[in-house]
Design a protein around this ligand. Structure first.
Ligand SMILES: NC(=O)C1=CN([C@@H]2O[C@H](COP(=O)(O)OP(=O)(O)OC[C@H]3O[C@@H](n4cnc5c(N)ncnc54)[C@H](O)[C@@H]3O)[C@@H](O)[C@H]2O)C=CC1
Ligand SMILES: O=C(O)C1=NCCCC1
Length: 202
């Protein structure tokens, strides 16, 4: 849940205010936790789901349709991406599933998968069209294949912490990416929340 919470915070600071359509790429554990947190940031009118296997994608759609009515499975990744204001990539892919040529103006992309230096989930065009924000510069330059392998070399606009505390200004009209890899501060915050809610039990 802490990964999905971090994505939701990044979306709050980077996505267009009036985001109406959310696309989720993937249908596993992270897709489920992201469905829960993302709905707390925007009131989405529609959720589009793409998954590389139709069976799991449709199963995920059926599951979330119990609490969110307007959800639709897209067998075509382009259809999901090109209609979205906010995109969440939560796939275990080693090659790009998102192409820059599909992106709408002002879209915000949360890239949560591709956590290894040789793995990608976004193509070079996607990387080069967007302003890039990360959880940690140090981590991103060591672990993110999308950043390490991007041609030409991609500059990082800022860490999300710098955006939140005002050191880094964001133009929400531009296309943005939040590259998530996970940082210890998220584990500490999650642990603190659990500890606080245990109350007198410990
Ligand atoms: N950034 C972060 O802090 C974190 C990142 N992750 C990453 O998020 C990703 C998703 O994690 P989970 O949902 O827990 O995994 P999961 O195994 O529950 O789901 C993986 C999803 O990726 C899809 N998939 C598998 N191979 C694929 C391929 N070749 N192309 C396209 N889709 C493919 C599956 O159909 C499934 O929908 C993983 O890459 C994981 O390493 C996970 C936790 C934290
Ligand atoms: O922060 C985490 O937890 C993870 N990050 C990337 C790889 C999967 C787990």
């Amino acid at each position: 849940m802490r990964t999905a919470a971090a994505t939701a915070v990044a979306t709050k600071y980077l996505a267009p205010d009036n985001a109406k359509v959310l696309a989720i790429f993937g249908a596993g554990g992270q897709a489920r936790s992201h469905f829960q947190t993302m709905n707390k940031i925007h009131k989405y009118e529609e959720i589009l789901v793409w998954n590389h296997t139709t069976e799991n994608g449709e199963k995920f759609c059926k599951e979330i349709s119990k609490t969110f009515k307007n959800v639709r499975f897209c067998s075509n990744a382009k259809e999901a991406a090109s209609n979205a204001d906010v995109i969440v990539l939560v796939v275990s892919s080693q090659t790009p599933v998102l192409k820059g040529e599909w992106l709408k103006e002002g879209v915000h992309v949360n890239s949560v998968g591709a956590c290894r230096p040789t793995w990608r989930e976004m193509d070079d065009e996607c990387m080069n069209q967007c302003e890039l924000y990360v959880d940690s510069r140090e981590g991103a330059l060591k672990e993110s294949g999308d950043i390490i392998m991007c041609q030409p070399k991609k500059l990082i606009n800022g860490e999300i912490g710098e955006v939140i505390d005002g050191r880094c200004k964001v133009d929400r009209n531009k296309k943005t990416i939040f590259k998530s890899l996970g940082i210890a501060a998220e584990d500490l915050a999650a642990g603190h929340l659990v500890w606080k809610n245990l109350g007198s039990e410990i």
